[in-house]
Design a protein. Sequence first.
Length: 301
Amino acid sequence: MREDAPINVKGWQPENYARDYFGPVTLTKALALSLNTVAVRLGVEVGPKAIVRVAHRLGIASDLSANPSIALGTSEVTPLEIVTAYVAFANGGIGVQPQIIAKVKTASGKLLYQRKGASNGRVIDPNQVAMMNSMMQETLLTGTARKASVPGWQAAGKTGTSQDWRDAWFIGYTSHLIAGVWLGNDDNSPTKKASGGNLPVEIWSRFMQAAHQGVPPQPLPGGIWQGGTPSDATVPMADNNGFPFPSSLPGAPAGDARALPPARASGAPVPPADIPNPGVFGQKQGAQSGKQNFFDTLFGG
């Protein structure tokens, strides 16, 4: 529980979107309704530097300013970065490296380059993934993204609207696919009151419904924090490209979901203290030394 009420941080007085306040609320409700004062309170509580560290660990590559307003997303990032950061919520906590080139062939069909599987390892504890998925599902059920819909699938996400209606975001995901929508004007002028909860959500829903046709529904990763036993926890064993996660159980096939004990018992590091530094974003971890070919250098694979 945190207090949704006016707040003053050294003269800065952020307000909620609708300029109304609910008093004591759960963090789930605050996230679902985009209550700015709660986000700022929590940000001050944990510290802006911690927020920046977590964002970079999840896949944000841009420089972020460690100040109180970072809780409201005041540092600019690209759509690719923020969608990359959300992937770990959908796949059970594994950081990924984005790519745009899967393979390169000559006109005659000779394979010159093929992207190898690469990840940044575990970046979120499985039980914390389950908590975040539960919270962000509420955004679609009762919050600012109530118009979002992928029939038959568990979906979660977060809306965003910047000052003066300049930017409208929605990043949402299922266990099959993550997609982000950004709307704005090239000259940074205000839109006609486009918010994250209207047009971006509509675009996202239309795209996701088409993209999920014929795909058997699968739930989002869950965990034991909801009162179950360790055997209730399931974590996907491979990412959406079929690459095995480092935490795979022996013999687990790609795409298989196995019952796992808590992360500490399974040998997976528990964030944030003992997760190894992933290094420079975009570099493969644990790659064998040796000279890379031109395509590896060009595409980072």
